[in-house]
Design a protein around this ligand. Sequence first.
Ligand SMILES: *[C@@H]1O[C@H](CO)[C@@H](O)[C@H](O)[C@H]1NC(C)=O
Length: 178
Amino acid sequence: MSAWGALFLLWAAAEATKDCPVPCTCQTLETMGLWVDCRSRGLTALPALPGRTRHLLLANNSLRSVPPGTFDHLPQLQTLDATQNPWHCDCSLTYLRLWLEDRAPEELQLVRCASPARASHRPLAQLTGFELGNCGWQLPTSWAADPGFWGDVALVVVAVLGLALLAGLLCTVGKPLD
Ligand SMILES: *[C@@H]1O[C@H](CO)[C@@H](O)[C@H](O)[C@H]1NC(C)=O
């Protein structure tokens, strides 16, 4: 191996360990991203993840939820193995679900819920937004139930009637008298 090759390996090893979360092991990829392996570490919460994380392995831990926004500072993150964790699939897991749906839909089939009862043993992919719950926020009410909507309709009706009246008036006034 050339001296440069050896230097690169040293640099890569130093880079990889620099901000690797304590319970995990990391490897620098040739593409500069980081391979972060946190499998089977008995984790109950996610460790602080380095911004260069590209592949994240979380399988076989005791994770129950992922705080919303957890992966927002990881623009390079491409793959996420979240299997074999006792996920508590309620509204707080909506973030993970949407993230996987966008970035790794095949993984969504493999992530299984442990609780609550209605979700247990089911893949996260099968749960509808309704089953996950809404964490207290609500979708905007539909237009028909919105009183402001009917107020607008009334305004339009009045305006149209007014215009018709005006047009009728103009017609009668403009008609030549014979
Ligand atoms: C899961 O992790 C535990 C330690 O937390 C380990 O003892 C066990 O062998 C792991 N199982 C698999 C399938 O990797």
